[in-house]
Design a protein around this ligand. Structure first.
Ligand code: T46
Length: 135
């Protein structure tokens, strides 16, 4: 059910003396151990990233700079999330189709991931995704 997916607050520490903010992802925030970190940047505003689902992998996406949209699809419904704050993150469970779009200039999408890179974990054809989700 996509209604269980919400943006999660990342604790923010504001320096009392105007030195700015710091946000921290500690181990209890995510339901998995982080095995990999990658980030998307220099993404043209008209490009789409993602366009696949994962069999096992879970991930936490953060717009550490700029903004973008994440469209999630569980085979029955679609929901769009707007990520535009460095202290909010989107936890995407396995088995959910995702598309990232509308990248602003300078946007950086940080991804904290539960698995090592494995092309076999990807479902890259939407029709394959639909047929798996229907089972
Ligand atoms: C996701 C979205 C948000 C690697 O070699 N190692 C890696 O860890 C990753 C993530 C990718 N790659 C290679 C595989 C492709 O040849 O980098 C190339 C681009 O990967 P991909 O087309 O999967 O990129 P995105 O931005 O569409 O998807 C990525 C992640 O793969 C995916 O898990 O959810 O970012």
């Amino acid at each position: 059910d996509l209604n269980n997916i919400q943006l999660i607050d990342i604790p923010k520490i504001t320096a009392p003396d105007g030195r700015g903010n710091l946000s921290v992802v500690e181990k209890d925030l995510l339901p998995y151990k982080i095995k990999r970190v990658y980030y998307l940047y220099d993404v043209p505003s008209d490009s789409t990233r993602g366009g696949h689902a994962h069999k096992q992998l879970q991930q936490f996406l953060i717009a550490v700079a700029g903004s973008f949209s994440v469209v999630l699809d569980n085979g029955k419904e679609r929901k769009t999330f707007h990520l535009n704050r460095p202290n909010k993150g989107l936890l995407i469970p396995s088995g959910v189709w995702r598309e990232l779009e509308n990248f602003s200039a300078g946007a950086v999408c940080l991804s904290l991931v539960s698995e090592e890179y494995d092309e076999d974990d990807y479902i890259r054809e939407y029709k394959d995704f639909k047929s798996i989700e229907r089972r």
